[in-house]
Design a protein around this ligand. Sequence first.
Ligand code: 8IG
Length: 299
Amino acid sequence: MHKDYAERACIALVLFPTGDTVGAVNDSQQALIGNHPGFDQAREAADVLAERLDCPRHDIGVVLGSGWAHTIDSLGEVTGEVSFDQVPGLGQDGVAGHVQKISSVRLPDGRQSLVFGSRTHYYASRDTQAVAHVVRTIAATGATTVVLTNGCGGLDPQLQPGTPVLISDHINLTGTTPLVGAEFVDMTDAYSKRLRAIAKQVDPSLTEGVYVQFAGPQYETPAEVAMAGTLGGELVGMSTALDTIAARHAGLEVLGISLVTNAGAGVTDAPLSHEDVIAAGESAAPRVSKLLADIIHAI
Ligand code: 8IG
């Protein structure tokens, strides 16, 4: 792709939905308000992305978890790409199946999306600021919405591997948070009702569930999965609760979607393996990626 093409594609489309002036869209820091540990580094990362992607502002962020990587194929025209190691604060996690790049994708209506091929997990280094950096960077690019996806275990034995589920709420069992100090963020409507309603308009068969985040990296014991159920959970995973806390704190509206790639430990007799999880994600990929692209187009 030629650089001037990317520039034209991006700037034209940034102007289209807002009717804004070039001066206003050039301010890539407008969405992350105030100060908190990590905000300056997120602004720095957003500046690097603006330059490397030839795009001063993005409208919506998307974080692709296990099984969701192919969403990018149906989303729109990729106008730029950057590898994680070129962006301040983003490390390489080396996990099989995690795509370590960020793409700028022009949606059919002209909005520009910023798509993270994977995220930083808490289990990587027990560093919640590193986890929060992804959504803070999204907010710092000007986006006001983030779509967080993940692969997870399901508690309902009826939930077949490859089923997408909207996250209605979460239970954070990591014992930690990305927020430092007296940051009393309201989590009542953390997973936007408005965005969930739009997703259900796109696919009325979508169900909702409460996501329970464990710190990982080990999968749960059957007793832990049973506990998650007793607490009111339907999905078990290792990412999205901490991301959502940081996203709400950064002022983003959140849509969360899980792909059930396996039954939680003990739900069936099957042992859990990362390879099986990847395989379940791969076989669901064409269907769920098209669905997610349709949802993103509708929000
Ligand atoms: I994919 O069964 C995937 N991620 N905690 N438990 C947890 N995380 C997961 C699981 C699972 N499957």
